[in-house]
Design a protein around this ligand. Structure first.
Ligand code: BG6
Length: 511
């Protein structure tokens, strides 16, 4: 046997991908996420032959529509949003087992009808079929759905077997610590933790999973991955898009809730956690939790750890764009931040004294998600002076777009004199593997069907992250617009966020 195939981490990666007979029920069947992500994900899993032969899909929603009308909506969604063209061969296989159940979320009788519908599927298949409920609704109806899953007996369906009911919960998971605790409380009244799959779609991204592989399957990183060699870490999640038609939602959310508390913190946890003892869900989530607990409370005072701002009018790709306050659905005096910058201190043996800088904003210069690990500079004794253009070695994980990994080194410029220049070594996903990679939701739906919770958030992770950010959310809410910075659309962010880095003579990257 080859040496690598015995390595426990690599063994863990080749988990068996076969899903058991499953009936997926999507609550919020006529919603945007269902059309854009969920139906295309199911379709692409079918195209890749990753769905079990006894796979059933049921939409559930308040609208009274027929099975056929729901199938038509699903086919349209595939045509518009799937990474693959709709092919009749594949679609006919799913369409035959696609149905629709109309009902309210707080209507116990409708959930009894849903239970009867699923019992009928078990009967037709001739064996137990695993129910997988996807809560793709506004969070205001999470609680009634959960209660009705409990009351109708669906939450306990096939409990005690591997085909037990599973529930995927879409974000947002609460809007502060109190609401997250309350939601977890409601969940625990009807479900056991191993039945719950809290979505953070960033964990489904190929490159986020690659972060674990890079860190723990390459022996060269681990010895350097600590305060002795690393100077700072910068995590950027920037977008070119503004709030578009989602003004109503965004006004209640803002960059901290929408991007930092969830997606960005998951990137922090995976970058900084200790090596897990295995790739099992609990082993990884335990390490993420330990890391989240080591993060120090934020300094909210002047010259503290936080900065926020809104975009003003500016140019993106040669096109003028309005400022946030001019967008549709935004209050004239809105105090919702479209940019948040944070400096985190992690107080553990590995990271003490290494700042982790996080930023996320809408309408920035470029859409990019990257994790840049900047190493300490070498002593300046040998290559000092004007001829030597030296950069700090930086390893950056390009999560999206242009997925890949790059390392900045210093090299000699060819010539008779000794001059240096930073050079970049690049690994590009698309060049090496081609570009038709699965979307995050494909991986996540498949993992939930298989019962693998590794790429989902455990209840305590969500609570710990909210615990860190709730004092800040409260402070910002109280301050109104006071201290709100501004940045031109199409720029790399506000000046007040630069100040987070100045104390340590760091500067934000322009990726
Ligand atoms: C969502 C946010 O969770 O993530 C959106 O609500 C944001 O505001 C989106 O645009 C970004 O996701 P991605 O996968 O395009 O980086």
């Amino acid at each position: 046997m080859a040496e690598t195939s015995r390595h426990p981490f690599l063994q863990g990666l080749s988990k068996h991908r076969g899903a058991p007979p499953t009936a997926v029920v999507i609550f919020g069947a006529s919603g945007d996420l269902t059309a854009r992500k969920l139906i295309p994900a199911v379709y692409n899993l079918a195209a890749d032959n990753l769905l079990p032969p006894d796979f059933h899909l049921s939409g559930y929603g308040r609208k009274e529509i027929s099975n056929d009308a729901f199938r038509d909506l699903a086919a349209e969604a595939i045509k518009e949003f799937s990474r693959r063209e709709l092919s009749d061969d594949v679609w006919d296989r799913i369409a035959a087992k696609t149905t629709y159940v109309a009902g309210g979320y707080d209507d116990p009788a409708a959930f009894d009808r849903l239970a009867a519908h699923l019992a009928q599927i078990d009967k037709e298949v001739g064996r137990d079929v695993q129910p997988l409920f996807y809560m793709s609704t506004p969070p205001s109806v999470f609680a009634p759905i959960l209660r009705n899953l409990g009351a109708s007996g669906l939450a306990e369906k096939h409990l005690g077997t591997s085909l037990h009911a599973k529930v995927i919960i879409e974000k947002p998971f609460g809007r502060d610590l109190e609401s997250a605790l309350k939601l977890n409380g409601t969940i625990r009244e009807v479900l056991q933790e191993h039945q719950v799959y809290r979505i953070d779609h960033y964990l489904g991204k190929e490159t986020v999973q690659d972060l674990l592989v890079q860190r723990f399957s390459n022996a060269i990183f681990e010895p350097l991955w600590n305060r002795n060699y690393i100077d700072n870490v910068q995590i950027t999640v920037s977008e070119e898009v503004g709030v578009g038609t989602r003004g109503g939602y965004y006004e209640q959310s803002g960059a901290l809730r929408d991007m930092i508390q969830n997606h960005t913190m998951q990137l922090v946890a995976l970058t900084a956690m200790e090596p897990p003892v295995s790739l099992d869900a609990e082993a990884i989530r335990d390490e993420k939790m330990k890391l989240l607990r080591a993060i120090q409370p934020l300094d909210l005072g002047p010259n503290g750890d936080v900065a926020r701002a809104q975009y003003a009018a500016g140019m993106i790709a040669g096109k003028p764009e309005p400022g946030y306050l001019e967008e549709a659905g935004i209050a004239a005096e809105s105090s919702t931040e479209t940019y948040a910058g944070i400096r985190l201190s992690i107080n553990n043996w590995r990271w003490q004294g290494v700042p982790f800088y996080l930023r996320s904003g809408k309408r920035m210069a470029r859409r990019v998600t990257e994790i840049a690990v900047q190493f300490k500079r070498p002593p300046g004794t040998l290559f000092a002076g004007g001829a030597f253009d030296l950069a700090a070695n930086t390893l950056s994980f390009q999560i999206q777009p242009d997925e890949g990994l790059s390392l900045v080194l210093n090299g000699k410029v060819p010539g008779l004199e000794t001059r240096t220049q930073p050079v970049k070594m690049n690994f590009s996903y698309s060049t090496t593997f081609g570009s038709n990679t699965p979307e995050a939701y494909e991986r996540l739906v498949l993992d939930a069907m298989i019962g693998d919770g590794t790429l989902f958030i455990r209840g305590d992770e969500a609570e710990t992250s909210w615990k860190l950010y709730t004092p800040l959310l409260e402070a910002w809410a109280e301050a109104g617009r006071e201290g709100m910075g501004s940045y031109a659309a199409g720029s790399w962010g506000p000046a007040n966020a630069d100040e987070l880095l100045v104390a340590r003579e760091h500067v934000w990257r322009k990726p």
